[in-house]
Design a protein around this ligand. Structure first.
Ligand SMILES: Nc1nc2c(ncn2[C@@H]2O[C@H](COP(=O)(O)OP(=O)(O)OP(=O)(O)O)[C@@H](O)[C@H]2O)c(=O)[nH]1
Ligand SMILES: [Mg+2]
Ligand SMILES: [Zn+2]
Length: 306
């Protein structure tokens, strides 16, 4: 028997069941038989939009699933609208290389990145200004927050409302703390690094979306540091650094990759202080990484899908 049907979002899958958020409630759902067939072979992710029917006992059955708008692999969440890239201004010091990697990954996945500088209470305003200035020409949205003074918390709440958001950033940057301040009901575990396992204590094994209130669906992810770049053709990489745009297509060589070539407008712009040196350096680093991957023999290297 089929009950009434409503649309919802998968929050998480757990031992054969899916928890679906629909019309303000969480329903424990099983899968309609066709999705359990082996040939279907589909893995449902948090963020998948589904149609569920509600049984008389209050449980649900997933009847249909929509195609995905976006798909992230790390963390595995579908239909993510935006990624908050959370970096502390101090303790730990910002890992700008990781931030620049995450920016490339977000743009490649067609997810809007927002840079969030946390722990503003620990540093002088000049330190905040320097961090922000490094990304000003990218045009990426930046928010400065402090869980201690409440600075920026209202802006974060406004950004999260109505969207699917993932939080990413190094361990200890304050991701869970920020979510707790924005949504006090969540009561996520926070803390410092666990020296035994070398990462946050509360590292969750199952990625899940939290129905945080006000229509916000957020994934709080464990911190990480090591990431592969997505499969981007080296010649395309410059397009993932928005502040390079005004200088592209004007170098001596049409095929200029803005690395060792002579008469490069991008390098000239960097030398003239129009592009932050650190961002340019990371561009070159990523470029060489992508070229090395392209030149590596074997299917992995050629397809660039590792
Ligand atoms: N002074 C200050 N401390 C903060 C702030 N935000 C977080 N902290 C502290 O930073 C530490 C780490 O915070 P968490 O929220 O656990 O960090 P996380 O990013 O969730 O870390 P992982 O879950 O390990 O990836 C905790 O001791 C927090 O109290 C802040 O705005 N100011
Ligand atoms: Mg955390
Ligand atoms: Zn060039």
């Amino acid at each position: 028997m089929k009950g009434r049907e409503i649309e919802g979002t998968i929050l998480k899958g757990y031992s054969g069941f899916y928890y679906v958020f629909a019309q303000g409630e969480v329903y424990t759902c099983s899968l309609r038989g066709k999705y359990r067939l082996k040939e279907h072979n589909r893995v449902f992710l948090p963020g998948d939009q589904v149609l569920i029917s509600i049984l008389p006992n209050g449980q649900g059955v997933i009847e249909a699933v929509n195609s995905r708008r976006t798909e992230l692999l790390r963390p595995p969440v579908a239909n993510v609208d935006q990624a908050l890239l959370i970096f502390a201004l101090l303790s730990p010091l910002p890992d700008f290389l990781l931030l620049d990697r995450l920016l490339v990954m977000a743009l490649h996945a067609e997810i809007k990145p927002v840079i969030v500088w946390t722990k503003a209470d620990l540093v002088a305003p000049a330190v905040v200004a320097v961090a922000q200035a490094g990304y000003e020409k990218t045009g990426f949205e930046q928010v400065v927050v402090s869980a201690v003074t409440g600075q920026g918390v209202g802006r974060i709440a406004g950004l999260l409302r109505g969207w699917i958001t993932v939080l990413a950033g190094p361990s200890g940057a304050g991701k869970s703390t920020l979510l707790n301040v924005v949504f006090p009901g969540l009561a996520l575990k926070t803390g410092t690094l666990n020296p035994k396992i070398g990462r946050g204590r509360h590292t969750t094994r199952h990625v899940e979306l939290l129905a945080a209130g006000g229509g916000a669906l957020v994934a709080d992810t464990p911190g990480f540091s090591n990431l592969f770049l997505p499969p981007i053709a080296p010649a395309q990489l410059a397009n993932y650094f928005p502040e390079l745009a005004p200088f592209l297509g004007r170098c001596r060589f049409k095929s200029c990759r803005h690395d060792a070539e002579p008469d490069c407008r991008v390098k000239a712009a960097m030398a003239a202080g129009l592009i932050p040196e650190q961002r340019y350096k990371h561009y070159v680093l990523f470029l060489r990484e992508l070229v090395a991957r392209e030149n590596r023999p074997g299917p992995k290297g050629r397809k660039g899908n590792d």
